[in-house]
Design a protein around this ligand. Structure first.
Ligand SMILES: [Zn+2]
Length: 139
């Protein structure tokens, strides 16, 4: 049997790579970069331990055969990751649209609405929940 076939057989039924794997990889790399600048031995040891734990978790997840549990872990991680990412995308859009739009939260469903920049109070109908509320644009 060729090496490639053996490798394919070994990885058959194992979980593999996902979003959490990439996040752990980035964490591992960041710790590696931080270690370049730190000389204090106890902190270095703690970071080595953290780095080793990260690497061990990465390898464990890739080789795990409990696909359902790994998928659940990834879903929990991705839920947090998406919330953080959406927050930063919203801040970027707020800066980009600062001259012509304002972002307002719906008082009923908390959806973020982009309104044209006009000072004062405006009646708004939320496109998501279809409820009316008054939006204040201060500046
Ligand atoms: Zn709404």
């Amino acid at each position: 049997m060729r090496f490639r076939d053996r490798l394919a057989r070994f990885f058959y039924g194992r979980y593999g790579i996902d979003g959490l794997y990439y996040a752990l990889f980035v964490t591992y790399f960041i710790i590696w970069c931080v270690l370049l600048f730190i000389d204090f031995i106890p902190v270095r040891l703690a970071l080595y331990a953290l780095q080793t734990a990260t690497l061990a978790w990465m390898i464990f997840r890739v080789l795990s055969k409990n696909i359902w549990a790994r998928r659940k872990e990834n879903e929990a991680f991705m839920k947090i990751f998406r919330a953080v990412k959406n927050f930063f995308v919203l801040q970027k859009n707020r800066i980009r649209d600062f001259k012509s739009y304002r972002y307002v939260k719906c008082t009923h469903c908390k959806a973020v609405l982009r309104l044209p920049k006009r000072k004062g109070e405006h009646p708004v109908i939320c496109p998501r929940c279809k409820k009316r509320f008054t939006a204040k644009v201060r500046f």
